[in-house]
Design a protein around this ligand. Structure first.
Ligand SMILES: *Cc1c(COP(=O)(O)O)cnc(C)c1O
Length: 400
């Protein structure tokens, strides 16, 4: 009783039923994973844009094993040398940032970021500046504050009352943003690319306009780079493409390549307002997580980003060729975060057909597939994935 079906049966009896799960993954290596029945897949979901260096990367395994033999966890009652090293490495890769806070997930990083935005204005004698402006269709996590700030009603439904002082504007609409920023606005939070809503890049000029407007109106600019950071778009952070810098930024997902960790990066001006006792985390920035994250950053400094941009261009060219088949409208996104926009065929059906052909992708809504392969993908692996995806798209039943 160890195959996919038996694990599914047992899971359905003992786990809360909040996920829609398919097969049971038991092993991974690079871009490949194997399920409980021994079937091999190319993993183009990558643990939801987490496994930036693929599965079981030797340098990450080594870092984890070494740290596991040294010390696992001590809490933030003590200095943690690995955490200091990680903060130094992250800040070096992020020139505008001067302070780092560590937690365990993207939702927690955003929770800290939103709390700090309010506290900053409150400390400055403006507690009335507490409103958070966020975007329709955005995703910022599953805590009560972050589902309130996220622009998707379905994630708030049934959990009301939600956190007060949050309003939403259409993503990419500069005029709506300008109108929403008032003397009671604390911060505007935005993703450089809407990840969970179907890989929708910010329109040209939007982040620059948001920076200009927030600066002019005394509002903090918060970037959620939980999904887009750590090289996912071909640069360390997606905001580098736009040439803007925020006041606060969240990171998580790929930061330790699959080991849970989250981080909040801040300017000196704002970051110092997370004063002693004001916020904290038991596990946040523990030695194991920091050791693995340090290994990830070291790999990224070694040419992974440049290579990922080349392979992304190769992958994109292959995906563009699928447009000729008539069931792909277009490809969007950047680097190793791509959305395949389908027409005439349901994304869920293509996801299933791809899985049967040994390719794991993620259906978002009715018509988008998200691809988030490792940054270490090779051109040959990209070609194989495009071939399997093309076959899956052709084989899926037409939309009724
Ligand atoms: C995944 C994600 C989060 C939430 O991260 P968790 O680790 O699941 O809490 C927040 N924001 C964005 C943009 C994400 O993609």
């Amino acid at each position: 009783m160890t195959g996919n079906d038996s694990i599914a049966q047992r899971a359905q009896k003992v786990l809360t039923p909040n996920y829609r799960q398919s097969v049971a993954i038991v092993r991974g290596e690079g871009v490949r994973v194997w399920d409980a029945d021994g079937k091999e897949y190319l993993d183009f979901l990558g643990g939801v844009a987490v496994n930036a260096l693929g599965h079981c990367h030797p340098a990450l395994v080594r870092a984890l094993e070494e740290q596991a033999r040294t010390v696992w966890h001590v809490s933030n009652h003590y200095f943690i040398p690995r955490q200091v090293e990680l903060a130094e490495a992250l800040l070096e890769a992020t020139p505008w940032a001067r302070r780092a806070f560590f937690c365990n997930s993207g939702g927690e990083a955003n929770e800290a970021m939103l709390k700090l935005a309010r506290k900053y204005h409150s400390d400055l004698g403006h507690p009335e500046r507490n409103e958070i402006v966020a975007c329709d269709d955005s995703f910022h996590g599953r805590t009560l504050f972050t589902v309130t700030v996220g622009g998707q009603e379905k994630y708030r439904h049934g959990f009301e009352p939600v956190v007060p002082g949050v309003r939403h504007v259409p993503y990419g609409d500069v005029a709506a943003l300008e109108a929403a920023l008032t003397p009671t606005t604390a911060a505007f939070i935005v993703e450089p690319i809407l990840g969970e809503s179907g890989v929708v890049p910010a329109p040209e000029g939007y982040l620059q306009a948001a920076r200009e407007l927030t600066r002019r109106k005394g509002v903090l600019l918060l970037l959620d780079e939980v999904q887009t950071g750590i090289g996912r778009t071909g640069r360390m952070w997606a905001h580098e493409w736009a040439g803007v810098t925020p006041d606060l930024m969240s990171s998580a997902k790929a930061l330790a390549g699959g080991f849970p960790i989250g981080a909040l990066l801040a300017t000196e001006e704002v970051g110092t307002h997370l004063t002693p006792g004001s916020h904290g985390s038991t596990f946040g920035g523990n030695p194991l997580a920091c050791a693995v994250a340090l290994a990830v950053l070291k790999e990224l400094r070694g040419g992974v980003l440049a290579r990922s941009r080349e392979v992304s261009a190769h992958l994109l060219a292959g995906l563009e060729r699928l447009v000729a088949g008539g069931r792909v409208e277009r490809i969007r996104g950047r680097g190793m975060l791509l959305g395949v926009v389908l027409k005439g065929v349901a994304a869920a059906e293509v996801m299933k057909a791809a899985r049967a052909r040994g390719l794991l992708v993620n259906a978002i809504g009715e018509s988008v597939l998200r691809l988030a392969p490792p940054l270490t993908l090779t051109p040959a692996e990209a070609d194989l994935a495009v071939e399997r995806l093309g076959a899956a798209i052709a084989a899926a039943p037409a939309k009724g």
